[in-house]
Every structure is written in C-alpha cells, then in structure tokens.
Design a binder for this molecule. Structure first.
Ligand code: ADP
Ligand code: MG
Length: 329
C-alpha cells in the first residue's frame, strides 16, 4: 500500500512547479483573493500563504490524510466538479515527499493551529499559533529522501522559469486575485488583479509587444439557465519578430489545459485572416458545464477530453474570424 501511495504521489508532484500548482489551487478553492508564494530553490522549499476560508482544527487534522477531500462527498459529485482539486491527494502526497507544515485559521475562529509532519507523513507537532485568517502551507526539503527524483529534474534556472510560467497560467485564469511572489526572501514579481484576463495578459507576456487586445465573450448555448460561454482575449504582436512567437493558451473552468484540437483551431482561425508574418496571441477560456469534461485522463489534470469538441471548434473559428475581420490592424 505504501508503495502504491508513493507512486501515485510522485505522479502528481514531480517538480517545484507542481507543488505550487497544487497549493495554489487549494488556495483558490478556499476562496482566497490574495496569494503570496515564496520560493527558496536551494532549500527545495515553497510556501504558499492565502487569505481564504482556512481550516478549523478538525479539518486541519484531516487535510493531509489519505484520500481526504472536503470537496467531493459522493459519486454524483464527480460529475459536477466545480473546484480545482477533488482527489484529496496533494497534501497527503506532499507529507510523504517533503517536510510539510500546514498552519491555518478558519475565518470565524479566533485562534489558529499548525501541524508539522515528519517525512513519513506522520504529524509530530500540533500547536495553537497566532495567525491571520487563512492558510499557510510550507513544503521544505522536497524529494529529500528521493535523490533520484531530484537528479531527474532540469537545472534550477529552468525550474524557476517553469514555476513562473505555472503561476502566470494560473493567474490569467483567475484575474481577480492579487499575486505576490518572492524568491529567497526577496520580491520576485507581482500580478495585480483585474476584471478579466485582458487585464492580466499584458502583465504576464512582457517580452512581446502587444497591440490592442480584443476581449470577446461568446455564449455557447441559447438556453440561459446553463450559461456556458467562451471568453477570448486576442492580440497581435508586432510584425518584426525574428522568431515565431505565438502565445496560445486554452483553459476550462479555471485551469489551463492541453488541447491540441482547440489550439489548432485557434491557429487556423488566425492563419486564415492574417498575413503570414503575424503571430497570434490568444487566451481562450471555456466556461462550460463540468459534465462536458472528462478529467480522469491524467493525474495532473492537464489533459482532458471535451464531449462537444467539434461544436466548440466551429464556434471558436467563427468568433475569431469575425473579430479579426471587423478589426484588422
Ligand atoms: P483536494 O484539493 O483534492 O481536496 P488536497 O490534498 O489538495 O485535496 O487538500 C485536502 C483538503 O485540505 C482540501 O479538500 C481542503 O479541505 C483542505 N485544504 C487544503 N488547502 C487548503 C487551503 N489553502 N485553505 C483551506 N483548506 C485547504
Ligand atoms: Mg488540492
């Protein structure tokens, strides 16, 4: 059983960026509006602090136990997943792959608690602490007992780059959040909140000069009760790029996904309307009913299967072509 646990753990948590992804998704599920991420790469340490709903002591004790999730209660819930997490695996895995500490104060409690786990995932310290409402999770010495896993990772510089890209990807899906990111106790970057992805995009792709961004919202169903829509932010970087520089990202319900079908559709739509030397910048966010999505393809939940893909492709194609034809620049 132990071994099975650890294999599952390693599949979800395979890098510093994956730790950030899991912790930040928990903060978002907890309704946080401000998230502070601190990274000490040389110590293999990451800390994520949020102002979300927090946990009382009972829930805190459960958080890192096997298959414990507060987000799914029965089989039916699986078909209407609206939270980012639902497997109840991340904190349990992290407790075994690192030195984990979780400190939390429920929003309506006057005191908070912290629990420190040893690297077998057993709680060794539990004590009351002074802390603002919200949660602070600290992962230290990641893969300390897994030298092979550390050796398999890219250089620290590359890891920091993918960590930053991961935060950017999450931020653009959640434009209302204030992000503050520190590296080795020094400010690294921040992302200010906005109302839509259009406000975030210029903050995260600074190396491309973006022209005017267009923001579109396309209703997918006539039926207003099921408000399903796609949100598009389109941009055209300057012509004079030496290298190909498209930036195309697709998200569903708050998470960036891999969908070569949709990415291809976006590129096709741009290619039909633009001269060859212009490369697209496009963020597409599908807000669709969770039962249209099959998440269970990959433990990191990056690759998904969409039930109505060909209908979506048609809508995307016509929306982008229309927008570009109306506003050629
Ligand atoms: P999952 O997100 O799939 O439920 P996790 O292992 O990531 O599983 O988290 C386990 C549980 O711990 C969550 O269901 C939630 O109840 C609680 N939790 C984790 N992080 C936070 C947080 N930042 N704020 C509030 N509760 C949290
Ligand atoms: Mg989670």
């Amino acid at each position: 059983k132990e071994v099975v646990n650890l294999i599952a753990a390693g599949e979800v948590i395979d890098s510093l960026a994956a730790v950030v992804r899991e912790l930040v998704e928990n903060s978002l599920d907890a309704g946080a509006t401000r998230i502070v991420i601190s990274v000490w790469a040389d110590l293999w340490r990451i800390r994520v602090a949020d102002n979300g709903c927090g946990m009382d002591l009972d829930n805190l004790r459960l958080a890192a136990t096997a298959h414990s999730t507060s987000k799914i209660h029965d089989y039916d819930d699986l078909w209407k997943i609206t939270t980012l997490g639902f497997r109840g695996e991340a904190l349990h895995s992290l407790a075994q792959l690192s030195d984990l500490q979780i400190a939390s104060r429920a929003i309506d409690n006057s005191e908070g608690w912290r629990i420190l786990y040893d690297n077998l995932g057993e709680p060794v310290i539990e004590e009351a602490i002074a802390i603002a409402p919200g949660t602070i999770v600290t992962v230290s010495n990641l893969f300390g007992n897994w030298p092979v896993r550390r050796q398999g990772l890219p250089t620290p510089v590359q890891q920091m780059r993918s960590l930053q890209a991961m935060i950017h990807q999450i931020a653009i899906c959640h434009p209302q959040i204030t992000w503050q990111v520190e590296q080795s106790d020094r400010p690294w970057f921040t992302i200010s909140p906005g109302t839509t992805a259009q406000d975030i995009l210029p903050q995260i792709i600074r190396d491309l000069k973006l022209g005017d961004l267009q923001h579109l919202k396309v209703e997918l169903l006539a039926d207003l009760e099921n408000s399903e829509y796609l949100e598009l932010v389109l941009g055209l970087p300057d012509r004079c790029h030496r290298r190909r520089s498209d930036w195309v990202k697709v998200a569903t319900n708050g998470r960036i996904i891999k969908s070569s079908e949709i990415e291809q559709t976006i590129l096709t739509a741009f290619a039909r309307t633009l001269p060859r030397d212009r490369f697209p910048v496009c963020f597409l966010h599908l807000k669709i009913s969770p039962n249209q999505i099959d998440w269970n393809r990959h433990p990191a939940k990056a690759e998904i299967y969409l039930h109505s893909i060909s209908y979506l492709q048609k809508q995307i194609l016509s929306a982008i072509e229309q927008a570009l034809n109306l506003n050629p620049n």
